[in-house]
Design a protein around this ligand. Sequence first.
Ligand code: HAM
Length: 413
Amino acid sequence: MTEITAVRGFKDILPTESFIWRLVEDKARDLANRFGYQEMRAPILERTELFARGIGETTDIVEKEMYTLADRSGDKITLRPEATAGLARAVLENNLVENGRPLKLYCLGPMFRYERPQKGRQRQFHQLDVEVFADPGPYIDAEIIVLLRDFLLELGLTDTEVKLNSLGCPKCRPAFREKLIAFLEAKKDSLCPDCQRRLTRNPLRVLDCKVDSCLKATLDAPSLADGLCPECQDHLSGVTGALKSLNVSYFLEPRLVRGLDYYTRTAFEVHSPRLGAQSAVAGGGRYDGLLKELGGPDLPGVGFAVGLERLILILSQTGDLTAPKPDYYLAVLTPEGLGPAFTLAHRLRSGGLTVATDWEAGSLKSRLKRADRLGANRVIMLGPDELANGEVTVRDMVTKEQTKKSITGEDFF
Ligand code: HAM
């Protein structure tokens, strides 16, 4: 029979990698906690309509990347392609915004998009997602960018770049959109088939297309930066001012357009030179119309998500990260030693020590080899002499120094 393999684009996180995941997740929780954000765990399955309405019918995600299925009662459900829409739904459904007071949340977990798998791009991937609801001011946009910057810095990533833009608001964007459509109509023949389709449906996305002919055709396209209304300009200066006050470097990138339709005003991405084609390690922005679009009150929102696979890809290239090692390897040399060793291992583990062992007796040479492979700092040896004396021999694997301890484990602490 042929062996069953994992679904394309879905990856196992192996024991040799999972410690990096824990490190990243622990750092995320620690930092979110320091900034006063609370963890939210939302379902992975949502009604398809949530994403169609939230992310936008004409986005690549909704048009071609969602894992959508009908459940046994015929309801259309979708594996979440991102977290924002689900968190917004949960906030509304559970009335989490009290009297309009800001609500700061984060969530960690898997997302699903049917994209072509390649380095840094999978069909199941993970995000740290941070969202703030009901705070309209520029300081909160800056705060989440600082949180993201600190998260990356504290993990040792010093060479990432923040790209920042304002996408305007329902007051100023329609006029810009019309201007852009007029510009693009004249260049239609030079645009790729995707952009020709986007031209009237989602013209801003054309500015973000990486196809050469589209890049060339849009070199002198009208700039969003010139079309912002005074309120959007003020908001953007508020954000950049706050970032400058903490020396957070950023690049204003007037062509930065995100792949989700809910954004208003602030939009940003963090890129790493170490990632190649899929260089965005994080992206986010403000989405002041989303809660209303989902049937809730007119409350603003802002947030970002970090792609954890991409982050871990960079970390494993740069950092000298090592998996935690067991304090002890328990080497049982004769079958009679197994029983006393079983009791000893539990005593030590209950006292908080990490003890690795195999429940088989073997030669000292084979046991030491095993201890070495597991990277144990010390080996507890239990042979016939030790057993007769009610002792064990503890060998430090670095200094090779040996000491005797009681087989009861009492003098290990
Ligand atoms: P996004 O830009 O679609 O934004 O995704 C954020 C990050 O997730 C990307 O920068 C990338 O690192 C990672 N990512 C996306 N797709 C994949 C994939 N197929 N494989 C591996 N990593 C991937 C959002 O998802 C928004 N919800 C962010 C947000 C939160 N905006 C406001 N609040």
